[in-house]
Structure formats: structure tokens, C-alpha cells
Design a protein around this ligand. Structure first.
Ligand code: NDP
Length: 328
């Protein structure tokens, strides 16, 4: 089967030379192991951090090893009593058409009401990041104004819809008129500001006449600054991602004075460190998705060889919704 390994660490923006496509043999299964054919691979911004050797919350990805990544697929063969051939499963088998799991990080998935691919997005890690940051950090209630950056994306789209369900006034920030229109018309945000239109501060101010009580930050830099400028006293910031700085760009905060003046609370979080909430969160998200109370959108690249290009596109905002690679 084919897999993609990390060939070299990026210097600056990720490039095709950082990856290598290889063909490897399907291994013999040992006792307890499961062979899986991956149907979808998830591409996520955190992979950019793993490609670099810089210190972070997680260790870097090793060179010449399969690129890390979440996958969903089907069991082909099993020597593990809990899994049988044909089971739909989710795991962390990486950028590969197949993989062997010892069963520890493998989860059986119910595809009767939720499509397989959604377990990598809205009912998976990105959905959980939205759920955790919104419910456990922002704790925004009816009438609060919530600002969400990367609003059309996998995480941001869920945050905004959870906030709408809570009765919040929700304002998104996204790149381009098409994404903004989707965020308002399809996802039901109250407003969405196109940060690429060149008037972020003024447009965000106009969209938040009562100020801002909660910020779900996915981007950093100018997006965070514009939202901070609108904060009310005791506003909360859930710092989920800083994609604006993924290539080492500096992201100075001009409005740091407001952290003090408005007695703000800013908390960064890594959703995989809060596994105790996953069962509850995923269950709630699954019900909302099955009942069509939360909508989602996917950008699907075809075939493993398309993964590097799709990943580079994700880091430049070329995805529109959750970025996946369809393998089978
Ligand atoms: P998305 O689906 O939101 O895709 C990334 C989006 O980021 C792009 O579509 C683009 O949207 C936006 N973007 C990229 N570069 C910039 C830039 N320079 N300025 C502004 N926006 C930019 O990805 P996810 O939903 O998977 O992830 C969103 C964020 O959440 C990321 O920062 C990620 O690292 C973080 N995250 C954190 C987790 C945690 O546990 N802390 C867990 C999961 C995700 P646009 O076209 O609108 O600019």
C-alpha cells in the first residue's frame, strides 16, 4: 500500500519536497492487531507544528515516518477480539492507504445516522475543540456577543452554531465573500466580517454594537486584535489556534492594555488533554448533527497523492470547511 512520509522539515512555508510517497508491504498481523483500509484521511493545521522541530506541546513527527493523522475506514482483518472484518473504525493511522493498529486508539463508529467522514470533523477532534472551548472556557449565554475567527472552518463553524443554539449574538471572521455568505446564510451566524476586504476593525466594530463578551480565537494576529478592541469588561478568550503565525510570523498584540482594563480572561487549550469530556461532547455533537441542528461542509481531495497539495492549501485558506482526503 502507499503512504506519505515526512522527507524534510519545512523552512518557512510547507512545500512538496517536505513529503515523499512510498509503497510498503502489508505487514503480517500479530496477536491483538487489526488491519484497516483507510477511507478518509484528516488534514489538520496541527500537523504543521509536528513537521517542525521547534518545541511545542507535542513531540515532533519523526523524519521518514508516516505523516501523523486521524483516519476513518474499515477493518479488513483482525486478530483482536473486539474488532471484526467490516467494522467501521476511526484511528490515527496517518497519511496512508492502510494501517495496522493494536486497537488502543481505535474506535468503532456508528454510521447509521452520521457519515463516516464526519467523525474526522464535526463529530471528531475539531468538533470537540469547538465544544470544549465554547462550553468549558467561554461559557457564553443568551444575549452575549461571541466572535469566532476562521468561522467557516472545521472548528469555527461548530463554535458559531453552538453559540447560536445558546442564544448568543454570533459574529464570524473569515476570508472572502463566499465564505462569509456561507457563514451567515447557511450556518446562521448573525454577521461575518471578511478580513481580506481590508476594513476588519471598522467592520467588526459595526457588527458588534454591544461589544464582545467572548472570543473563540483560531487565527491570532490582526483577527485577535480586532476582537480584543471590542471587548466588554470580564470578556473571555478561548485561544484555540494561531494559524496566522504557522510559518513563524510574529503576531504582536496591539491591544494588550485591554487585557488589564477589561479584566479579560484568556485561556489556551489543547483538546486532546481533556479526554474526560470527549464522550459527553461527541455524544451531544452527534445528536445535533443527526438532527441537522449543526451543519458542516467538507473539502475533499481525491487520492493519497493529493494530500500534500491539499495540506498546503489548508494552511493558505484554500479549504472551505473540513479538509479531507478520500482514499477509497
Ligand atoms: P479550518 O478548517 O478552519 O482551516 C484553516 C483556516 O484558517 C483556513 O481555511 C483559513 O480560513 C484560516 N486561515 C489560514 N491562514 C490564515 C491567516 N493567515 N489569517 C486568517 N485566517 C487564516 O481548520 P480547523 O478548523 O481544523 O482549525 C482551526 C484552528 O483551530 C487552527 O488554528 C487549529 O490549529 C486550531 N485547532 C486547535 C485545537 C486545539 O486543541 N487547541 C484542535 C483543533 C484545531 P479563511 O479563508 O477564512 O482565512
Amino acid at each position: 500500500y502507499r503512504r506519505i512520509v515526512l522527507a524534510a522539515r519545512p523552512r518557512g512555508p510547507v512545500a512538496a519536497e517536505n513529503f515523499r510517497l512510498e509503497t510498503v508491504d502489508v505487514p503480517e498481523l500479530a496477536d491483538g492487531e487489526v488491519l484497516i483500509r483507510n477511507h478518509y484521511l484528516s488534514l489538520d493545521p496541527y500537523m504543521r507544528g509536528r513537521m517542525s522541530a521547534a518545541k511545542s506541546y507535542a513531540t515532533s513527527q519523526a523524519l521518514d515516518e508516516t505523516m501523523i493523522g486521524g483516519t476513518v475506514g474499515q477493518v479488513l482483518a483482525s486478530r483482536n477480539a473486539y474488532f471484526k472484518a467490516g467494522d467501521a473504525v476511526g484511528g490515527m493511522l496517518g497519511w496512508a492507504e492502510m494501517g495496522v493498529s493494536d486497537g488502543v486508539l481505535l474506535r468503532k463508529l456508528d454510521t447509521t445516522r452520521i457519515p463516516l467522514s464526519a467523525y474526522l470533523g464535526v463529530v471528531g477532534m475539531p468538533g470537540m475543540a469547538a465544544w470544549y472551548g465554547f462550553h468549558q472556557i467561554l461559557e457564553a449565554g443568551a444575549g452575549d456577543t461571541v466572535v469566532v475567527s476562521a468561522a467557516s472552518g472545521a472548528v469555527g463553524s461548530v463554535v458559531g452554531q453552538l453559540a447560536r443554539l445558546r442564544g448568543c449574538h454570533v459574529v464570524g471572521i473569515a476570508g472572502g465573500p463566499e465564505k462569509c455568505e456561507y457563514v451567515v446564510k447557511q450556518l446562521g451566524f448573525d454577521a461575518c466580517v471578511d478580513y481580506k476586504a481590508g476594513n476588519l476593525d471598522a467592520e467588526l466594530a459595526a457588527a458588534t454594537p454591544d461589544g464582545v463578551d467572548a472570543i473563540f480565537e483560531n487565527v491570532g494576529g490582526a483577527c485577535l486584535d480586532a476582537a480584543l478592541a471590542r471587548t466588554n469588561p470580564f470578556a473571555r478568550v478561548a485561544l484555540c489556534g494561531l494559524i496566522a503565525g504557522f510559518n513563524g510570523q510574529e503576531m504582536p498584540i496591539k491591544n494588550s492594555r485591554l487585557l488589564l482594563i477589561n479584566r479579560l480572561m484568556l485561556r489556551g487549550f489543547i483538546v486532546t488533554e481533556h479526554m474526560e469530556f470527549w464522550q459527553q461532547g461527541l455524544q451531544e455533537l452527534a445528536v445535533l448533527v443527526a438532527n441537522h441542528q449543526i451543519k458542516y461542509r467538507e473539502s475533499v481531495a481525491e487520492g493519497l497523492a493529493a494530500a500534500p497539495q491539499a495540506f498546503m492549501g489548508l494552511l493558505q485558506g484554500q479549504n472551505f470547511g473540513k479538509q479531507l482526503v478520500k482514499l477509497f
